[in-house]
Design a protein around this ligand. Sequence first.
Ligand code: ADP
Ligand code: MG
Length: 619
Amino acid sequence: MSSPATLPSDTAARRSIQPLPDLLVSQIAAGEVVERPASVVKELIENALDAGATRIDVRLDGGGIKRIVVADNGGGIARDELPLALARHATSKIATLAELESVASLGFRGEALASIASVAAVSITSRTPAADSAFTLEAEGEARAIAAAGSVGTRVEVADLFFKTPARRKFLRTEQTELGHCLTQIERIAAAHPQVAFSVSHAGRTLLQLAPATPRERALKLLPEEFAAAHRSVQAEAPGIRVQGWVGLPTAARARADAQYFYVNGRYVRDKVLSHAVRAAYADVLHGASQPMYCLFLDIDPTRVDVNVHPTKIEVRLRDSSAVHQFVLHAVQAALAETVRMPAPTATNVQSLADLAAARSGYAPTPLQPPLGIAQPVAAYLDLMAARPALVPVAAPASAAFPADVAAPTATAAMPAQQAASMPPLGYAIAQLAGIYVLAQNSAGLVIVDMHAAHERIVYEKLKHQLDAHAIPQQRLLIPQVFAADALDVASSEEHADTLAQIGLDLAPAAPTQLALRAVPALLAAVDGADGAALARAVLRDLREYGGSRVLTEHRNELLGTLACHAAVRANRRLTLEEMNALLREMEATERADQCNHGRPTWVQLSIGDLDRLFLRGR
Ligand code: ADP
Ligand code: MG
């Protein structure tokens, strides 16, 4: 093999573009798929499973570096297709993009055997039920299979891994370590295929023997011994999604995360969102660095998950990851709740109500929607909400029935009837939570208000009425607010001066790259901490985007939405009880106060019955 590294560097600039030789292409691909013997074992076993095998025998030598043989009793490969099995990008599993997007087999890339054959000596012996003998193909030999002895099924032998690429071979560890990786890999696959018998031997010694079993028997056999005595089953289902399996009790947690099996559509995956969801379910009951044990199977509509993210398919991409996160979290929580005593009810515990915390926690990879808001896509999320094992009855105020909805309380147990009668629909504020939510008590139970979203809606509706009456009251600023602006902003402010005036804004150029904000809608002036410059820039951006003289007729709502958003009270503003009550009363007086401008709900009702169910308190 020629080595580009030995070429004098001054020739590099003069080399012409050449297609890479096939072998080199496969060797490059092998870099991604074949990292160590365990990767070969995985690919071969997955092929056997895809072929419908019910028994798979794995024989290893030298930690798998010297030799890996995987024999199965699956459907086999026809004689004339044997050379194709070793060809790059040749597969029997998918033929179209549509099939890729809903792939159900473990393999589909058609590159595992080719990659392995480019870095090791491979031979395949296979027999289909229709053939009267088996046939063998040596990858290194001529591309014609010759008759051989063998029963129906396939036997793939891989010898001398990386002997063709010595540089890669140097990265392998001791035989014992590589053997350990092979076993881990086999166990991961075996846990998801309990109906298949497995046997594994190393240097002639049997290491693992698994008879066909039920899913639970298989999992218990593969997980650490302590698991058997300390686990709960998980089972939750909603349209298009299901999770089932077993989770260890907190008492059986471990120091290492080595007994955590998570599968998506039968495929073992390591996914931050999913493992976070499981860990979060233990949040209140498992301390510090302890690692729970679990074996969980998530089955999801294949079009809602992309497995073609990583060549070894160990990572997946979930389409609605926050909804799936919630679903898994609640399923595991519900399983644990059956026996685990929750900590004493304290104010901070309110977070377990509906995972208010999860919504705002420092969970980085995929920022979550507030669970009480409506995540994308709405329908899927609501399906999931409805299926949340422990939290079924979150009453999302979906319709504009507000406030009549609340006026007809479903549960008045919390307070005397008389008091209930004089209670305003949204009740009275009792506290502010996390600088974001206002908690109020009404005749039905607990009301949770998203302070910013609610205020935004109120301001928006008021602005709309004022604009319709051609009278958005303006408030001149005592001291104009001067801010840096680019030439485009300055130009837009002059071009759209009329429109700006109609919505109560007065902007004037103060210098070639500065604008002065001289007046704002009176509604906004009342908001302390409102950033006039940010508001002005956002409005100018809107005006440029929507353009033209008809902006106020055709894009009135967008423009007012921008104004309202900047005018609304920001998170972390501390409100007094009086201010909170004033907000509740304004909400009651405002049309559609149950939805903010972005279509998220502004408040939800949790009835006493809902709360009872959360705390598993039968009434
Ligand atoms: P992929 O699994 O992505 O299709 P592979 O390179 O792993 O790609 O395998 C190529 C093809 O060889 C498969 O599509 C399948 O048709 C055939 N094949 C490989 N292993 C087996 C097996 N154990 N039994 C039957 N067919 C197999
Ligand atoms: Mg394969």
